[in-house]
Design a binder for this molecule. Structure first.
Ligand SMILES: Nc1ncnc2c1ncn2[C@@H]1O[C@H](COP(=O)(O)OP(=O)(O)O)[C@@H](O)[C@H]1O
Ligand SMILES: [Mg+2]
Length: 257
């Protein structure tokens, strides 16, 4: 089993604690939805885990190993795969070339250990397989910059999949997508759940997506975990009624698109 854990993880910006001693463990085989109002600290929590941001306090452990002082790049190499909009994308290169570069960087990672992927054809085949999984195979010769918005988002998922990470992180992956594009991305994320040994973390507002995909829901508000459990139970809970229906002190984050 793979695990990623944060221990009393905190970060302050100008005296304001945005992530406040968050202790939480995520295990492989489960998709966890992280929900909460706008400004709750969800993206900041992701930035701490993937290494974009250094914590003021606390630790991050990947399979028990302390990765808190590793760079973004080192964390990516140790298996943390965060999908980013259009980062690491070469606009003038084709879809196939973009994914192949990602597959190659992963092949380099495993080369010394396993002696695999020596043959360039393997890299080609692995690239094709990823493109088929995300539904971009038929447009693999198109330049990345010519893709539709929805296809670009698929390519971003493909780039993360190409690295075969143990932790997949998606921060509002369907934000700004049209009603017919969003289900394709959601379906891709759902398919990732079929791969054994994966930890999937998803920041998402849409209730329909959460109830459809999540095995567990963690609710963040004001930088703290205020609820953690099975989706059905969490959705019915008092705190989520407050967060989502604005009944209490927490205001609802607006439903994206
Ligand atoms: N780099 C930063 N510097 C200062 N304040 C920040 C920074 N990043 C985020 N914040 C603040 O931290 C709070 C949490 O932001 P964020 O993690 O983006 O929330 P969420 O993703 O849950 O909507 C917000 O009040 C935001 O303004
Ligand atoms: Mg955010």
């Amino acid at each position: 089993m793979q695990t990623i854990e944060t221990q009393a993880l905190s970060v302050n910006f100008g005296g304001h604690t945005v992530v406040d001693e968050v202790s939480c463990q995520f295990d492989s085989g489960a998709l966890t939805a992280i929900v909460g109002p706008n400004g709750a600290g969800k993206t900041t929590y992701f930035n701490l885990i993937s290494g974009q941001l250094a914590p003021s306090q606390g630790k991050i452990l990947l399979n028990g190993q302390d990765i808190t002082s590793l760079s973004v790049h080192q964390r990516a190499r140790s298996g943390i795969g965060r999908a980013f909009q259009l980062t690491n994308l070469f606009p003038k290169a084709t879809v196939h070339e973009n994914v192949r570069i990602a597959v190659q960087s992963r092949a380099r990672k495993t080369l010394d250990i396993l002696g695999l992927y020596r043959d360039g054809r393997d890299i080609y085949h692995m690239t094709d397989a990823v493109l088929e999984q995300v539904g971009l195979y038929s447009i693999r010769t198109q330049r990345a910059q010519t893709l539709s918005h929805g296809d670009q988002r698929k390519l971003e998922v493909a780039l993360v999949m190409a690295l075969d990470p143990s932790v997949y992180m998606f921060d509002e992956p369907t934000a700004g997508m049209s009603a017919d594009e969003a289900p394709v991305i959601i379906d891709l994320i759902r398919k990732l759940k079929d791969q054994p040994g994966k930890i999937i973390l998803l920041v998402e507002h849409k209730m329909s997506v959460i109830s459809h995909l999540a095995d567990r829901v963690v609710v963040l508000a004001e930088g703290r975990i205020v609820a953690d459990g099975r989706p059905d139970d969490i959705m019915r809970s008092q705190v989520v009624q407050e967060v989502y229906l604005g009944k209490g002190r927490y205001r609802l984050a607006p439903e994206a698109s």
